[in-house]
Design a protein around this ligand. Sequence first.
Ligand SMILES: [Zn+2]
Length: 151
Amino acid sequence: MSTKKNRGYLGTALGCYCPRCREGKLFKNPIAVSPKRNLEMNKNCPVCGQATEIEVGFYYGTGYVSYALTVAISITTLVAWWILIGFSTEDSRFFIWMGTNAVLLIFLQPWIMRLSRSLWISWFVKFDPHWKENNASDVSERLNTEQAGNW
Ligand SMILES: [Zn+2]
């Protein structure tokens, strides 16, 4: 078993940690408004050396993830609004929700972008509690065999 921190899958993905060792940070900078700065990643995990960009265009598919997150957040705020405030055909509460939700999504965008990448890499790189003993150079091979099995 791994020693100190016992970070689970969710904590790893939400906190944008390396999925392999669950200790190293994926991103270089604290969350930022500038997308370039916000999405600047460590080339390799500073702790275990796992590559964060496994192949060119690896994060190309994250558009779908951020879209799914956006939809999930909108449904959540819709339900929360429904319970707390309610909707009526006689006033514009629905449109106020739409506006509020849009503003919220704009504010959450930097976080959504990061989370999409963090989730994405967590689906390709398996947690390896014994990464110290295992050779870092077999990472790409491991990935290929796992992909071949899953796809
Ligand atoms: Zn790592």
